[in-house]
Write a protein that binds this ligand. Structure first.
Ligand SMILES: N[C@H](CCC[C@H](N)C(=O)O)C(=O)O
Length: 291
């Protein structure tokens, strides 16, 4: 029975948590089942995403991103900050580069325990999200959901920041139980690759309260790419300026949508929880915590 041992670090960004596996030396490729086994909060490490570090010819590392359901995706903002902090400490540098399926990101130690990641430019075309059909205005698409109590949510903004996001604008994010309908929206046929679903409450021209149902993970304490997608959508719909504070249940992420190159700069904290070793054998996962 083939098996392999992989060291991991348990980390989080504002409570959005990750098992960060270092596969740079052993080239392990996780199956979807192994990833969801690692993410399992009863029998595995327990995390929202499994992050696998691999060698890269274009950057300091390749960061593979697997959601708790095993789906592999192109972007993960909070994990990008965690990996940026790990690499900066390992390489003794303030700036490092991280290759992802959605492109190469720049991460920079910003001081006071904060990390800034350049998440690149957003895309708003219906094919870029992607959507299953043409929508005349991606600042508000023709998607509506009627909740069990009869209230209707409709007209979300959509954006792709390396992964697909839909943001519904509401007066009070705490007046909705996103956990009861986030999955229906995630899997709505308008999103051929599914979508991350957010409820956003504009506080003022520079602050937004956010609750997120993540594709492949469900409700999380924070979502870096949702913070990015919400900030650019709030700016392009005239709700806020281009520098926005996104207030998530786990804490605050600062976003600057730079005017000269359209890049999104995302700044937030990183937390180390514990370390350990995983043993993968025959699709099963055993966890040995070492710190
Ligand atoms: N669930 C997301 C990936 C993780 C994003 C989130 N953890 C973040 O910090 O950006 C997706 O399927 O696109």
């Amino acid at each position: 029975m083939a098996f392999s041992h992989i060291s991991f670090k348990k980390m989080n960004g504002l409570g959005n948590d990750f098992a960060v596996l270092d596969a740079r030396a052993n080239g392990v490729r996780l199956t979807a089942d192994e990833a969801s086994g690692i993410a399992n909060r009863e029998t595995g490490v327990g995390c929202d995403q499994v992050i696998v570090l691999e060698p890269s010819s274009r950057a300091d590392v390749f960061m593979r991103i697997l959601n708790a359901d095993g789906s592999e995706v192109g972007a993960c903002g909070n994990a990008s900050r965690c990996v940026g902090a790990l690499l900066a400490a390992e390489l003794g540098r303030e700036r490092v580069t991280i290759e992802t399926a959605a492109g190469v990101l720049d991460a920079r130690i910003a001081g006071n325990g904060l990390v800034t990641v350049d998440m690149g430019a957003p895309h708003f075309g219906w094919r870029d999200i992607p959507l299953a059909k043409e929508e005349p205005d991606t600042r508000a698409i023709s998607l509506a959901i009627t909740l069990p109590d009869g209230r209707v949510l409709e007209g979300p903004s959509v954006a792709n920041v390396g992964n697909p996001h839909a943001i519904f604008w509401v007066a009070d994010v705490d007046a909705y139980d996103l956990a009861t309908f986030g999955g229906a929206l995630e899997y709505d046929p308008i999103f051929p690759e599914r979508a991350n679903i957010s409820l956003a409450e504009v506080i003022d021209g520079s602050a937004v309260k956010l609750r997120v149902w993540e594709r492949g993970a469900g409700i999380t304490q924070a979502c870096g790419t949702a913070a990015c997608a919400t900030a650019v959508s709030a700016a392009r719909t005239g709700r806020t300026g281009r520098t926005v504070e996104i207030r998530l249940p786990g804490g605050v992420i600062g976003i600057e949508w730079r005017a000269d190159d359209d890049h999104i700069l995302m700044t937030g904290p990183v937390a180390h929880e514990f370390e350990g070793t995983l043993t993968l054998s025959g699709g099963g996962v055993t966890v040995a915590r070492e710190s």
